[in-house]
Design a protein around this ligand. Structure first.
Ligand SMILES: Nc1ncnc2c1ncn2[C@@H]1O[C@H](COP(=O)(O)OP(=O)(O)OP(=O)(O)O)[C@@H](O)[C@H]1O
Ligand SMILES: Nc1ncnc2c1ncn2[C@@H]1O[C@H](COP(=O)(O)OP(=O)(O)OP(=O)(O)O)[C@@H](O)[C@H]1O
Length: 600
């Protein structure tokens, strides 16, 4: 159905081609999963199928890509619209109408489908994607995950023969992601739709794939094959595969169910090994933060507060007590304290009766369904939104009523859409501005970008970066300022597993140094790896708040793969299991050991 003949793509001024020698066929009626490290060229490859590359991105395409026999270089994207449905990484750039219902109908209208067919499909899709209650809502008022559902729904309604999806579940909660993948699988099985989909969270998708297409490194020849075979050689792999490789299971499991069936010996081996208790916040390891830096210069204020919904009232309560006084006033040294807080957004009661506090050195994962109120909570902590009822204090001050120049020294937010932080024309200029805004030594921000994700080019416009590269840049910009309270909204979109592991390292270091971190995330593996505590929101209320293992292990939605495989014991990550096995091997007396080496 999709044929690549000797395809190469080279962007202007790039040192080498992003894609080269792609020569393969995606058969009709298969779901092919495209995987590879951040920035390797996955979106570029998808773009050659939808026609966006090179028509909209620039660069030079050589070779030929055909979809259902149509050459994507001679057919503009709109001439492929009846055949190919595309969802890109940024749902907002995708929308053409203002409301949910109109957006779902738009593609069908352009193809001239009869009104009764359109009506029926809109209703079906609203139900399928849990959007029925949002049908009249302006798209601009939806949460990130709700927008992603609309973007997916709008390409499903015209029933295209080919779907090209770039990280379609990146903003979805775990249950919604499963539902969307089940719908896609049904389209593939029942209607013979061909799906080519790029994803980083392989734990969500690999078991649905008929074949996996791996781009191992920039410009390297792709590998296409059965999922288990490709996973055996892939540099990116989900925890279930990493655990299978660690335990020497053959064939490698792709699903939790497969892994559980093979896990008896591993369980036995771990039976007498204590699960390491995660280092909690506080304690000797956490050092006190240095005093707050002097007021931030103006530059960074634009970045952090440029898009605030209710502009900070300049001249709000001054920090007269100084930083030490402020902290003392706030009571038990909490960096953030929320009490009985409610937030109304238009007609929606987005948060209700929220009470929680965050202490220095603590990492909190905010989890919960799409639209539960996670981003809203972060927005109130940074001062972009004001509580309707109750109170919020950060560093002892009410964020929305405090001058941005005072807030910016206390709190930094990496928003769900990292683009909102980026203003300069090049990566180098963004980094230089961040260093100067934060009063950090020149080169600090650039070093952080490279630490998080090697290979991000200095001279590239942030607009042209890959999703993972852009997020790494946004994270580095905020981390350079080292705010005492660091807020991250979905901090792993577009990041490969290695980049995620490096991010975990950086954030752990910050937590040890006394920074408090609150991250809204659907990435259960990240929460398991990093968070001391998980707070679950549902319909704007806190429904669970406790140590990570206790909250996630019992939850089918939030448990990481390792926990599902090894339940009821509370192993959360492959790293924990690896360390335990290595320790047991070094000191067999520490456990009632079975064979230390080889297959377990
Ligand atoms: N329009 C463009 N102009 C110049 N360079 C570009 C452009 N689009 C992408 N690139 C570069 O091409 C490379 C591949 O980007 P691409 O978005 O295809 O990667 P990806 O594998 O999809 O990454 P991610 O997993 O982070 O989404 C990156 O180095 C990126 O900076
Ligand atoms: N500007 C707005 N106007 C009106 N309602 C809004 C606005 N922004 C968000 N909402 C609504 O407030 C609720 C909470 O949204 P929020 O973005 O905080 O959810 P979330 O938990 O971060 O979701 P996601 O996981 O999808 O990012 C949702 O019902 C959403 O539709």
């Amino acid at each position: 159905m999709i044929r690549f003949d000797h395809v190469s793509v080279r962007y202007e001024d790039a040192e080498r081609p992003t894609l080269s020698g792609v020569d393969l066929t995606v058969p009709e009626g298969e779901l092919v999963l495209l995987v590879g490290p951040s920035g390797v060229g996955k979106s570029t490859l998808l773009g050659t199928v939808s026609g966006l590359v090179p028509h909209f991105t620039g660069g030079r395409l050589t070779g030929r890509v055909t979809v259902g026999g149509r050459d994507t270089r001679t057919h503009k994207p709109r001439e492929l619209a009846d055949l190919v449905g595309t969802v890109g990484q940024d749902p907002l750039s995708h929308f053409v109408t203002a409301t949910v219902e109109d957006e779902l109908a738009y593609g069908m209208e352009s193809l001239g489908l009869p009104p009764d067919v359109m009506r029926r499909r809109v209703e079906e899709t609203l139900d399928l994607l849990g959007l029925a209650q949002l049908r009249d809502r302006p798209i601009s008022t939806l949460s990130g995950g709700q927008q992603q559902r609309v973007a997916i729904g709008s390409v499903l309604t015209p029933h295209p023969k080919v779907l090209v999806l770039d990280e379609p579940t990146s903003a979805l909660d775990p249950a919604a992601a499963e539902e969307v993948l089940a719908v896609l699988q049904r389209l593939v099985h029942d209607l013979g739709t061909t799906v080519l989909m790029a994803e980083h969270r392989l734990e969500r998708v690999v078991q649905y794939a008929d074949q996996v297409l791996l781009l191992p490194s920039p410009g390297a020849a792709p590998v296409l094959g059965p999922p288990a075979e490709v996973m055996a050689v892939s540099p990116v792999r989900p925890p279930v595969v990493a655990l299978g490789r660690l335990a020497g299971w053959d064939p490698l499991p792709l699903s939790v169910r497969d892994a559980r069936r093979r896990s008896a010996a591993l369980r036995e081996r771990l039976a007498h090994v204590p699960v390491p208790s995660p280092a909690g916040p506080g304690g000797a390891a956490v050092t006190a933060l240095p005093p707050l830096p002097p007021a931030a210069p103006a530059g960074i204020l634009g970045r952090l507060f440029g898009r605030r919904a209710s502009p900070g009232k300049a001249g709000g309560p001054a920090d007269t007590a100084g930083s030490g006084g402020t902290r003392a006033r706030s009571g038990a040294e909490a960096v953030a304290r929320v009490e009985g807080m409610g937030v109304r957004r238009g007609r929606v009661e987005a948060l209700c009766r929220i009470t929680l506090s965050v202490v220095p050195g603590e990492t909190v994962a905010l989890m919960g369904r799409n639209g539960a109120g996670k981003s809203t909570l972060l927005a109130t902590l940074v001062g972009m939104l004001e509580p309707t009822t109750g109170s919020v204090a950060v560093g002892g001050l009410p964020p929305a009523r405090t001058a941005p120049r005072d807030m910016v020294r206390r709190v930094g937010l990496v928003p769900q859409e990292p683009r909102d932080l980026l203003y300069a024309d090049t990566v180098a200029a963004e980094c230089a501005a961040a260093d100067s805004d934060a009063g950090a030594p020149a080169g600090s921000c650039r070093a952080l970008v490279s630490e998080l994700l090697p290979g991000v080019p200095d001279g590239t416009h942030p607009r042209d970066l890959s999703e993972g590269q852009r997020l790494a840049l946004a994270l580095a910009l905020v981390l350079t300022a080292r705010p005492p309270l660091l807020l991250l909204d979905e901090p792993t979109r577009g990041l490969d597993y290695a980049a995620k592991a490096r991010l975990v390292g950086v954030l752990r270091g910050l937590a040890r140094a006394g920074h408090a971190i609150v991250m809204a995330t659907h990435d259960v593996e990240l929460a398991a790896e990093l968070a001391h505590r998980v707070v679950v929101l549902a319909d704007g209320e806190v429904v669970a708040d406790g140590p990570t293992a206790r909250v996630v292990v019992s939850s089918p939605a939030f448990a990481p793969q390792t926990a599902k495989i090894l339940a009821p014991r509370e192993w959360l990550t492959v790293t924990q299991v690896r360390t335990a096995l290595e320790t047991a091997e070094a000191d067999p007396s520490a456990s009632a050991a079975g064979p230390a080496k080889g297959s377990v």
